[in-house]
Ligand binder design. Structure first.
Ligand code: H13
Length: 258
C-alpha cells in the first residue's frame, strides 16, 4: 500500500517466528492464511448456506449441513461480542495449556507433545465420552499470532489461534480405546476501543471484543448424523459461553493486555 508520502508499506509483514525452521511450518503458514481469511468473511459473503442454529444474546452460531461418506462434517461459524476484554486476552487463554482444564469441560487429559516455539505447540488431548459412541482423542498443532489491523492502523492488533489436526509417529490414531477426531479450528478476535471522555482514563468498560470461532470436525468413526448434530448444538454454545465468561473473570481486576 502506498502512503501520501509515496512510501510503500507491506500489508502483511512476513512472520518472524522461529517456528519457520520446523517441518510443519509450511502447513501451519498456509492453514493460518486460509483460516484467517475465511474467518474474516461475513455470514452473507461465503455464498449462502449458513443457517443460524443457536443464539444467546450477542452470541450467534451458524452451520452448513455437510456430509462426507454419510458422516456429518458440518462447518460451524460462531460470532460473539464480549465487553470488557481484548482479543489478545481471549487468544492467550485459548492457546495456553495452563488454563485449559479450567474452561474445557470435555477434556479428560491433555499433554503438550512438542513445543515448536513460544507461539506453536503440539497437543494430544483425550476427551470425555460425550456421545453414545466411543471416546475421542485429538492430536493437533496450535498456533497463536498477532495480525496487523488493516482497517484501523492506530487500532488494537487482531489476534488469532489456529488449531489443526496432525499426526505423530508415537501416537498413531485408533490404536487404543479412542477414536481419533480431526478438527480445524480458527479463533479470530478483533478489539474495539470506544475512546474515554476527555480527562477520564481508559477502563475495561471501553473495550469490546468481536470473537469469531470457526470449526470443521470430522468425528473419525461413524456416528449417526442426528446424534452428532445434537451434540454440536449442545456443546458449541456451552463452550463459547463458558470460555468467554472465564476470560472475563480471569482478567477483571488485571491490567488490560492489548
Ligand atoms: O476448540 C476447542 N477446544 C480446543 C482446546 O481444547 C481443542 C480443539 C481441537 C480438538 C481436537 C483436535 C483438534 C482441535 O480445537 C473447543 C471445542 C468445543 C467442542 C464442541 C463439541 C465438539 C465435539 C467433538 C469433540 C471431541 C474431541
Amino acid at each position: 500500500e502506498r502512503l501520501k508520502t509515496g512510501q510503500v508499506v507491506p500489508i502483511t509483514p512476513p512472520p518472524t517466528s522461529p517456528a519457520i525452521q520446523h517441518r510443519l511450518w509450511p502447513e501451519i503458514e498456509k492453514t493460518v492464511q486460509i483460516q484467517v481469511s475465511m474467518a474474516k468473511m461475513g455470514i452473507g459473503e461465503c455464498g449462502s448456506g449458513w443457517q443460524l442454529f443457536a443464539e444467546d444474546g450477542e452470541m450467534k452460531m451458524y452451520r452448513r449441513e455437510e456430509e462426507v461418506d454419510g458422516m456429518v462434517v458440518d462447518p460451524l461459524k460462531a460470532v460473539h461480542i464480549v465487553k470488557g476484554i481484548t482479543g489478545h486476552e481471549v487468544c492467550h487463554h485459548f492457546f495456553n495449556p495452563q488454563y485449559r482444564y479450567d474452561w474445557e469441560t470435555t477434556l479428560e487429559h491433555m499433554t503438550v507433545l512438542e513445543t515448536i516455539s513460544e507461539d506453536t505447540l503440539v497437543f494430544l488431548q483425550t476427551h470425555k465420552r460425550i456421545w453414545p459412541a466411543s471416546q475421542r482423542d485429538g492430536l493437533f498443532w496450535s498456533h497463536i499470532r498477532k495480525l496487523p489491523n488493516e482497517k484501523d492502523r492506530d487500532g488494537p492488533d487482531i489476534w488469532t489461534v489456529v488449531n489443526n489436526s496432525t499426526d505423530h509417529p508415537d501416537y498413531p490414531p485408533n490404536n487404543g480405546k479412542c477414536v481419533r477426531v480431526f478438527l480445524t479450528v480458527c479463533l479470530l478476535c478483533q478489539t474495539t476501543v470506544d475512546p474515554p471522555k476527555e480527562g477520564t482514563s481508559l477502563t475495561r468498560d471501553n473495550l469490546s471484543c468481536k470473537i469469531t470461532y470457526c470449526s470443521v470436525v470430522n468425528p473419525g468413526g461413524w456416528a449417526p448424523a442426528s446424534v452428532l448434530r445434537a451434540v454440536y448444538k449442545r456443546e458449541y454454545p456451552k463452550f463459547l459461553k463458558r470460555f468467554t465468561a472465564y476470560v472475563k473473570n480471569q482478567t477483571k481486576n488485571k491490567p488490560i493486555m492489548f
